[in-house]
Every structure is written in C-alpha cells, then in structure tokens.
Design a binder for this molecule. Sequence first.
Ligand SMILES: Nc1ncnc2c1ncn2[C@@H]1O[C@H](COP(=O)(O)OP(=O)(O)OP(=O)(O)O)[C@@H](O)[C@H]1O
Ligand SMILES: [Mg+2]
Length: 233
Amino acid sequence: MVIKLTNVDKIYVNGEIKTNALKAVDLTIESGEFIVVLGPSGSGKSTLLNVLSGLDVPTRGTIEVHDVTISNMSQKELTKFRRDHLGFIFQQYNLLSTLTIKENIALGAHIAKDSFDIDELLEKVGITDQKDKFPHQLSGGQQQRVSIARALIKKPLILFCDEPTGALDESTGKDILKLLNTLNSSYKTTVVLITHNPGIASMADRIIKMNSGSIVDIIVNKDKVQASDIAWS
Ligand SMILES: Nc1ncnc2c1ncn2[C@@H]1O[C@H](COP(=O)(O)OP(=O)(O)OP(=O)(O)O)[C@@H](O)[C@H]1O
Ligand SMILES: [Mg+2]
C-alpha cells in the first residue's frame, strides 16, 4: 500500500458558504499502480489530489502515505515530506523563465539524497537537444516534458498529475501519456492522474470515478491499452 485514505472529508468554508468537496472518502492505492481519476467539473478531483498529496489538509479523516500518517503533520513537516517524496505535474508547466531547461530540472533534485542522473533523464523524456534553451523557446509538449523531468529527478514515490495533457493537442498529449507510462513501468513510480478525457482511462490499472465529492465507482481495467491507441476526446 502506498496511499490509504480513511473516511476523509474536506469542507471549504468561505464566509457563510460551506462546500463539502470530499465526503467520507475511503481509498487505497498500491505501489506501482497507474490510477486515473475521472469525474465532472467540481466533483472533487483536484481536492482529492491535493489532500492525498499533502498540498492541503483534510477536515476529517486520516491519510497515510507509505506508512506515514500525513494528515497529522504540521505544515513544515508536510512541506518537507512533499519535497522529499512526491512529484507534481499540472496543466501549467510552472517553469522558471530565467533558468535554462537543464537548470529547471536540476531545481527538482533540490537536496534529494538519491536522484536520477540529469542527462539520463533528459534523454528519457526526449529533450536532450533542448537542454540549454529557455522555457519560452520550447513548445507546450516540450515544456511539459521538462516539468515531468523536474518532478521525477528526485525519484518520487508517487507522481501526481492534474490534467497534464489539458493544454496539449492529441498527438503531443499522447506522447506525454506514453512517457508517463514508460516511467511508471521502468521506475515503478506510482502515478495518480486526473483528467476530463475519458479515453485516457483505458491506459490505467484502475479508474476512480468521482461525483459530488464521493468516489462513485472504482473500475479495475483488465485490458490496458497503449497511449497511442486511446480514443481522444
Ligand atoms: N479553495 C477553495 N475554496 C472554496 N471552495 C473550493 C476551493 N477549491 C475547490 N472548491 C470547491 O470544491 C468543489 C470541488 O472542487 P475541485 O476543484 O476539487 O473540483 P474538480 O473535480 O477538480 O473540478 P475541475 O474538473 O473543474 O477541475 C467545487 O465545488 C469547488 O467550487
Ligand atoms: Mg480540478
């Protein structure tokens, strides 16, 4: 088990308005799984990802990541835990514009005890020849490759992806998914990926469907397909 959520609630309070974004969520994710989370806008997907990765704290319930109970941690402990063990990829690439590609990736290694060799990773994500450029000189797909390399360099236990292909066209998006698939199988990195694109679910080990703050279905996918073969929508 790499992640375990027990009876997790998240209630956002803004003045008089309370939003019950997660309602009594139970979930276990095994090490090395490729998980896809689907659900309509506002169903709680990003909230789920935020609490299970320690970016936000739940209102109730417990969250264990790799046998560590992160739901009891202080902000400072959480920050350190995330920095040491977790990788994040978002729809926006969040690269630093004044640093080169190689420097951006090196930032991800931080003070990690054990990290991948940067040149090996550049090769693996297919941007070796871009390494001395600046982010604005790259295409969207290339920039997303950089953000993946930056997230992976510290050998995270889990890679959290919130709409990683949301800003990409079909062919570039499939290339990025193929890369995530390769990394998941070659490094056994657990991947939790949120998407609006139901086609992407066909490459998951398990598909989690959310609606109105609850997990309404978990589907074990016995016929995983290659990224290149998914139906794009
Ligand atoms: N910081 C916040 N403060 C108040 N309400 C919030 C906050 N973040 C999210 N919400 C509310 O919680 C609910 C779940 O939001 P969430 O962002 O998790 O949805 P989502 O499934 O990721 O949607 P989308 O597909 O549009 O990204 C929504 O009703 C949203 O308005
Ligand atoms: Mg979201």
